[in-house]
Structures are given as structure tokens and as C-alpha cells.
Design a protein. Structure first.
Length: 278
């Protein structure tokens, strides 16, 4: 049942048109060999930049991929932390060794910077480790994080690295929109600019009101000037908008995918819940 569920997941990912998938701890639930075998059936690469085969000492999967979209070269690599496993006795780690995520991140940035315009890390380190890595490693533009499973509606920006994450189990979808106004690699949150614009509009209305108290006008004028200075800093810079969308039952499933899922559920029916004896 579990192996066929894994096959079903791969088939749906193929249909969805994934560009790359980072390996996490749960992907090793059926063992290293099974994961290697099922990776041959994907239309996209499995990525893992710091997980080695214990026997050969070689990387288990390719370390990165470069995608060119409308002339923009995007480098994508992936990291998995051994700390997300359940200790040294966790059977999912059998046959694996791990390189330091921070050391590998440094080497990946050095490798990818001459070849790309943007660098994305698909991280399975956990949110706290994502924050630490963004502080320690310069040159990663976006960290798309996993494992912790939290919604970052207002993603933190640390030293020009934006950290993104959504809740797990298909409850939400995250969407990042980028607007390029120059060739620099830094971005600001467009919601910050909109908030300042709304504040400025409100301040202008207060200052122009015939009922505005003279005692407050000086404070409002200073706040207006501060908002105008802040808005000038955004002029001509690149911006992003982050959206997290709940995937509700009202959203229609793809009919082909829904048919595959129904066939799986028919073959492997859920066990009946025990009836209460009360």
C-alpha cells in the first residue's frame, strides 16, 4: 500500500510540472534503495546537495539544477539536516552520511553565482536553522523551507535572503511574485510600500482637514516626511509579493488526478474505526 502511494505521488508530481524536489527525512521511510529506484520515474530531478551514500561516499542525488526562464537563470539546490531525524537509531538514516549544511551552502553559492542570476535553496533544515543559515551564508536569494511546517505570511528578510514556508500536508499553497525594476538581486516586500502609501494618504487627509488641531499638525508633518523618505528608498528597486492560499474543498481537483486517487482508495480502503462500547 505504501509503495503504491509513493508511486501515485510521483505520478501526480509529474503531471503538476515540478521543476525540482528536495529530499526530506520522510522520503527515506521506505529506505534509500527504494527512493533511488522511484527517482528514475520522475520528470524532474530529486535534489540533495549534502546527503552522501555511506558506501560510495558519493552524493545520493544531483546537487543542483539551473533553470532558464525568459532569460533569467535560476540556480536551485537542496539541503537536509540530520537533526530532523529521530536520533541515531532512526532507521531512515541507514546507509546515509551528511555534510555540514552551512559548509555545503557556501560551496553551492560559490559554484552557482557565476552561472545564475538568482539562487534558491530548497531547505529541509527547519525554520530556526533556515534563519541561522541566512545569517551565515551570503548570496542565497530565497530559502523555501520545510519540515517545521509554519505559514510565513510575512516572510522574514535576512541580509537580502527571503525565507518562505507554508503549512504541511497540502493545506496551503504559497505563491511568490517578483517584479524586476533593475538588475540587482535585492528585493523588498511590496506590502511594506503599500502600507507606507496608505499611511501617507491618511496623514495628508489629516493635515488638510479644516478641523485638524494645531497641536497635532507638527507631529503629523514629521510623520509625513518620514513616510516620504522611506518611499523614496523603494524607488526603482525590485519587489516581491508573497501569498499563502488555503486549499479548500471548494477547489476542483484535476479530473485525471482525482481518478487515480479514487482508484488507489478503492484498492486500499481505509480501515474502519473501532466502534465505541459505551
Amino acid at each position: 500500500m505504501v509503495t503504491q502511494k509513493a508511486q501515485l505521488i510521483i505520478e501526480t508530481f509529474n503531471l503538476m510540472g515540478y521543476d525540482a524536489v528536495a529530499i526530506g527525512d520522510d522520503d527515506f521511510s521506505l529506505g534509500k534503495e527504494f527512493l533511488l529506484e522511484i527517482s528514475k520515474k520522475t520528470h524532474f530531478p530529486f535534489l540533495s546537495s549534502n546527503v552522501l551514500d555511506e558506501g560510495s561516499g558519493k552524493l545520493l542525488f544531483q546537487p543542483y539544477v539551473i533553470k532558464e526562464i525568459n532569460g533569467l537563470r535560476i540556480g536551485i539546490f537542496a539541503l537536509l539536516s540530520p537533526d530532523v531525524f529521530l536520533g541515531p537509531t532512526d532507521l531512515r538514516k541507514n546507509g546515509l552520511t551528511f555534510q555540514s549544511p552551512i559548509d555545503v551552502a557556501h560551496s553551492m553559492v560559490k559554484e552557482l553565482q557565476p552561472k545564475t542570476d538568482l539562487i534558491i535553496l530548497l531547505s529541509h533544515l527547519g525554520y530556526q536553522k533556515d534563519m541561522e543559515l541566512a545569517q551565515a551564508v551570503q548570496g542565497i536569494h530565497f530559502i523555501v523551507g520545510g519540515h517545521t511546517g509554519i505559514n510565513l505570511a510575512h516572510p522574514p528578510l535576512i541580509k537580502n535572503t527571503l525565507i518562505l514556508q507554508t503549512a504541511p500536508k497540502g493545506m496551503y499553497a504559497g505563491r511568490l511574485d517578483l517584479i524586476f525594476n533593475n538588475n540587482e538581486s535585492a528585493f523588498y516586500n511590496s506590502m511594506t510600500r503599500r502600507g507606507l502609501e496608505n499611511n501617507l494618504k491618511s496623514l495628508n487627509q489629516r493635515l488638510n482637514s479644516p478641523d485638524a488641531p494645531e497641536a497635532e499638525k507638527g507631529r503629523w508633518q514629521k510623520a509625513k516626511e518620514d513616510a516620504e523618505r522611506s518611499l523614496k528608498q523603494f524607488h526603482g528597486k525590485n519587489e516581491f509579493t508573497n501569498s499563502i492560499l488555503p486549499l479548500t474543498e471548494q477547489m476542483k481537483d484535476d479530473p485525471y488526478v482525482a481518478k487515480m486517487i479514487e482508484a488507489y482508495r478503492t484498492k486500499f480502503q481505509e480501515p474502519l474505526k473501532p466502534v465505541s462500547q459505551k
